[in-house]
Every structure is written in C-alpha cells, then in structure tokens.
Unconditional design. Sequence first.
Length: 198
Amino acid sequence: MYPLFESLCVQEGQLLHPDWHRFRFEKTFLNYYGKAPTFDLLECPNIPPKFSKGRVKLKILYNEKKRKLDFQHYQKQDIQTLRLIHTQALDYTYKYTQREKLEALFAQREDCDDVLIVLKGNITDSSYANVVFFDGEDWYTPQYPLLKGTCRARLLAQSIIKEIPILVNDLKKFQGLKLINALRDMDQPMIPINQLRY
C-alpha cells in the first residue's frame, strides 16, 4: 500500500525541477509520518531506454519505507471547457493515491473536459492541476488551492504568478486561465474565461 505519490516530468531522459519535488516530498513525509524520511525519493531513478525520449510522466508512489516507480509516455489532455463544481468538504493537502472524492467531482463535469472545484466559495483547482488566471496584465493563482503544486510553488517563487483569494464572482475580472502542474507549464494556450460553465 502506497498512500502518497509524486508526479514528475522526465524530458529527454532528464528529471525536471527535482528540487521542488524533493522539498514537497520531505515536507509531506514529515507531516504525514511525523518524522524525516529515511530514503531519498529521487535517488538515481533508472529511466528505461524506451522512456528516455520525449516527455514522460514519472509517478513515484511511496510509503514509510519504500517507493515504487511508474513511467508512462505523457499524453497532454486538451482541456477547452471546465464546469464549476461546488463542495463544502474536501481535503487534498497531500498527493494521496486515494482520489475517490476528486473523481466523484470530476464525474459531474457533464459535457465539459474538466471541473473547476469551488470549496466553500473559493476557487481552488481543477481535478488534476492548479489554475492561474490572466487579467490582461498579470497572472494570478488562488490563495487556497486544494494542493500546493510544485509548478505553482516555482512560479510564485519566480514572481511569474501572484497569489490572491479568488471567489466565483471574481472570475469575470479575468480574460482566461491555464492549468498547471509538473507536466503542464506556462507554455500552453490560454483557455478563454467564457469557456467556464456554471
């Protein structure tokens, strides 16, 4: 049983932004297990030859004592429309392997490609990515995400995006949005704000 995991991007055989993943792993491990990890999550992963070209998703599942590596060729999802789904209770502070509640919300997307989760009135994340909004000048990310992603943390540290509370009524201030995670950075087309479904 592996209750937690990290998803990393492997580009042309190289791990991208490993320090951000290591930092989150160590923090998560300490909070979840109450002690520092006894192993390095990213220690010398042997990348199979067939996964050494192109963009690959490396999912590392782990528990208190060991890890399990899973490589998959990455197929970027084409997200064009998102449906706002409201919930009053959802905890995804860490990257849990058990995602039933997130999957139940995703199942409510109807004819949309993904969902934008609204927790107690606050815009949070999509079903699998953090979100950033563009107001014509700057990019903003919700102050209260479900999960503090590594790409989000890196972009905040680089002052590429800013963190503010975003409520449903604030969405009309923005022109568009992007979904970001370890495998989806800022170099992608913007989704127009009118592609949100209420």
